[in-house]
Design a binder for this molecule. Structure first.
Ligand code: 5AD
Length: 342
């Protein structure tokens, strides 16, 4: 096992040999525990309309410069059929948070229709924010079996600093939603952002121990990538106390976090986050080599992709699926071994 002290020391370490050893150790644990394969989730970004106002996020409600879109049912189904034809095994439907019943009912009906593709062949993950337990249940019954909801940071004070104090953004509410997802029976995925303003390696060590403690079978963690049209960028530009690590440092920290998590909880699914690719063209391959086993290729129709800017990721528009030497589990759901054991 690895202690909190060791985790912090490794997060602070700048010695390339020690860092490579850490990645090798994690890759080896992954190979022995869950095998060599990487599983795919075709990512469908259904809409960038959001009721939340997270200070770091480009699609926050208050960003008037963000042009809003919502895919039609037909567009979502075309994406899902594409994922099926390409043998991706699973899709993720992700979007801004909307809790009105027009939206939640529409998702339920879409789930039924996606389930009919290939007679239930596609695994479905949702990532649509905080919803009532009833809505989570409806969606589960309609065929979604995995749900992604990041805690963003396990530190309640830091959570408060990166979210507005308007009564709609609460750490406790986020935890409650995660508990609801688990008790309904979802494979619940969570995760954090890495390299945030005010965040230090003690916070990150606490994040890792929190994610282990909460026993999530899937984790997606990625670097913070500033977006120009957000309040957090304005704050960090004017307040020297709110500085954050460089691109190279955030990349290094993110890869270390993946390796440390793999060592702490060997049999979970860990995503090579899309945000990594915004920092380095080979970001996701690096993440796989550091211990990740899930990749979410974006299959949103290309006309819409430019509007789904959670962070500044112009480089991503050219993305292709180059996963280097990784062996891909085509046509498989790739559920978390950890969840199946539980
Ligand atoms: N940088 C990195 N990740 C971000 N997200 C939102 N905005 C940013 C950003 N500026 C992440 C959050 C959210 C997920 C969908 O995208 O962690 O949970």
């Amino acid at each position: 096992m690895i202690s909190r002290r060791e985790i912090i020391d490794l997060l602070n370490c700048r010695d390339p040999e020690i860092i490579s050893d850490l990645h090798r150790r994690a890759a080896d644990i992954k190979l022995r525990t869950i095998g060599p394969k990487v599983h795919l989730r075709g990512l469908i970004e259904i809409s960038n309309i959001c009721r939340k106002d997270c200070l770091y996020c480009g699609i926050r409600k208050g960003n008037t410069l963000c042009e809003r879109y919502t895919l039609t049912d037909e567009e979502v189904l075309t994406c899902a059929k594409h994922a099926y034809a390409a043998e991706f095994g699973s899709v993720v439907i992700q979007g801004g948070e909307r809790t009105d019943s027009i939206f939640t009912k529409r998702i339920t009906s879409l789930l039924h229709r996606i389930k009919r593709i290939g007679d239930g062949a596609l695994g479905i993950t949702l990532s649509l924010g905080e919803q009532s337990a009833e809505v989570y249940k409806d969606w589960f019954e309609a065929g979604a079996h995995r749900y992604l909801l990041r805690i963003e940071t396990s530190d309640p004070d830091l959570f408060r600093k990166i979210h507005p104090d308007d009564g709609y953004h609460s750490y406790e509410r986020r935890i409650e939603a995660l508990m609801d997802l688990k008790s309904i029976g979802y494979q619940a995925g969570s995760g954090v952002m890495i390299g945030l303003p005010w965040q230090n390696t003690q916070h990150l060590a606490s994040d890792l121990l929190f994610l282990k403690e909460m026993d999530f079978p899937m984790i997606g963690m990625g670097p913070y990538v500033p977006h120009d049209d957000t309040p957090l960028t304005i704050i960090t530009n004017s307040d020297p106390g709110a500085s954050f690590p460089s691109v190279a440092e955030r990349l290094e920290l993110s890869l270390k976090m993946i390796s440390l998590l793999r060592i702490l909880v060997p049999d979970i699914n860990i995503a090579a986050s899309t945000a990594l690719e915004a920092l380095h063209p080979k970001g996701r391959i690096m993440a796989i080599r550091a211990g990740a086993n899930i990749v979410m290729p974006n299959i949103t129709p290309s006309d819409y992709r430019k509007y789904y800017n959670l962070y500044d990721r112009k480089a991503l528009l050219l993305e292709d699926l180059d996963l280097g030497e990784a062996e891909i589990g085509f046509g498989e759901w790739g559920d978390s071994l950890h969840f199946n054991k539980a």
